[in-house]
Write a protein that binds this ligand. Structure first.
Ligand code: AMP
Ligand code: GLY
Length: 437
């Protein structure tokens, strides 16, 4: 395999991937196809070019010209566009599943049907609709606890949950009618009650190696209020668990990821190569599957890659050559807290184009740039999540203090969630789980 690596994407997740590649002892040269000038990634690679990485021809011709040994795909859109297929057809290894297998993320209906067909536990009651026929009856069957999901990629914004976004069946029916008018397919499913967590696994198609569990915070504001976002921050404990989980929760989630990877292989006759990210909920009745993603989580990647002990390039090579069973994948026994600074007004009306200043950050090795750009040599926010920091320590409480101290040093029209990883918020989650178990 050639030593050159192509990284697709230029957010904080890809900055974390670039750092993990940079820490590797395996000789390699890094190239990045980006959507914005991420100064963190630029400083770690031989060349960063801004180009349309959702266009297979552009990606393949760049990869061929730069003698790429393997490409690693950060975001979901290029996976949906079949970039992994086109690269693979040109004999370039890819860390990221082919289009068919990426449906596990890109079609919520596909993911739900796959679990049912293969008898994988954790699925809700669900039905797929493209007209209003049967919608009212199914809502009646589910009662107060239902979720309506647009059946495609919507950047985390295509999901409406009863009690949160939809207050009555009338509102739900109106929303479904709008989806039908737009010509969209959608899934209606049972709403689960519990605490969410992410379990990501490296997969070479045959073997899975699991990462620590992480909890993300989707809501924009303190106390889990406000609109849904791409994720405001994440944490993970020193034992790679979360304070509200019991060991059987982790075992069940690992089993569901393993069974899903096996089911994908049966369906398509080839294995899933990349990162399989299960979004789970711990409930009174065990672990349930909320959704799958076909890539690293953002911010979850910052937590897990910051404590990865195994050489990341070796892991990628093992995925490419289906030899993941031959290597041990290990993580430091440390707690991590990641916090994002986002533009004022995010996610609905983010300010854009304003300068930001990160010079007050103490530890730049744990600063991850996201939606930023360089204009006239000035770092500006580009309209989505701006930058993240990770605190690492032996407890979540200490890691939170480090992250909070660092994120509050970034100057500009930004905000962050002060409560992520704090004792008060963790206690709230623990109490909620104790009440329902
Ligand atoms: P998704 O895009 O499928 O991850 O959904 C976005 C968010 O909606 C999730 O993070 C959950 O908070 C919520 N959600 C999705 N499906 C369910 C469900 N079946 N029960 C409860 N909450 C859900
Ligand atoms: N952290 C949520 C996501 O990456 O989709």
């Amino acid at each position: 395999m050639n030593d050159n690596i192509l990284l697709i994407g230029s957010g904080a997740r890809e900055h974390a991937i670039a750092m993990a590649i940079n820490r590797s002892h395996t000789p390699s040269e890094l190239f990045c196809m980006a959507s914005n000038l991420n100064p963190g990634i630029t400083s770690l690679c031989k060349e960063l070019i801004v180009d349309d990485f959702n266009d297979p021809d552009i990606v393949v011709s760049y990869a061929k010209n730069h003698k790429i040994g393997f490409a690693i795909i950060g975001p979901e859109n290029p996976l949906e566009r079949g970039i992994a297929d086109t690269l693979s057809n040109s004999n370039i290894n890819v860390i990221g599943p082919k289009k068919n297998l990426a449906q596990i993320e890109t079609s919520k209906g596909f993911a739900r049907k796959l679990l049912n067909k293969h008898g994988i536990p954790g699925a809700p009651k669900f039905k797929i609709f493209s007209s209003m026929s049967g919608v009212g009856d199914f809502l009646d069957e589910l009662g107060e606890n239902y979720v309506v999901k647009f059946d495609g990629l919507a950047g985390g914004k295509g999901v409406k949950v009863s009690g949160d976004h939809l207050q009555s069946h009338t509102e739900a029916l109106d929303h479904c009618l709008q989806l039908v008018k737009d010509g969209s397919k959608f899934v209606i499913e049972e709403k689960f009650i519990g605490q969410e967590f992410s379990l990501m696994s490296f997969s070479d198609g045959k073997t899975l190696k699991h990462m620590p569990t992480v909890q993300d915070h989707k809501r924009a504001f303190v106390g889990d209020t406000g609109p849904n976002t791409g994720g405001m921050g994440t944490y993970s404990d020193h034992n790679h668990s979360l304070p509200f989980l019991i060991s059987s929760d982790i075992e069940e989630a690992q089993y569901i990821n393993e069974a899903t990877a096996r089911a994908l292989k049966v369906e398509f006759g080839e294995g899933y190569k990349g990162i399989l990210y299960g979004g789970f909920m711990a409930t009174a009745k065990g672990v349930k599957l909320i959704e799958y993603n076909a890539r690293f989580g953002d911010p979850e990647a910052m937590n897990v890659l910051s404590i990865l002990e195994t050489d990341f390039v070796k892991i990628c090579q093992a995925i490419a050559t289906e030899r993941l069973h031959t290597i041990e994948v290990s993580f430091k026994k440390q707690a991590t807290v990641c916090k994002y600074a986002v533009p004022n007004g995010y996610p609905e009306t983010p300010v854009k184009g304003k300068p930001i200043d990160v010079s007050g950050i103490n530890d730049k090795n744990h600063l991850f740039y996201a939606s930023v750009d360089i204009v006239n040599e000035t770092l500006i926010e580009a309209g989505s999540r701006t930058a993240a920091v990770v605190g690492i320590a032996d407890t979540i409480e200490k890691a939170e203090k480090i992250a909070e101290n660092e994120i509050s040093k970034i100057k500009g029209p930004l905000f962050h969630r002060k409560d992520i990883g704090t004792k008060t918020l963790l206690q709230k989650y623990i109490r909620q789980m104790e009440r329902i178990r």
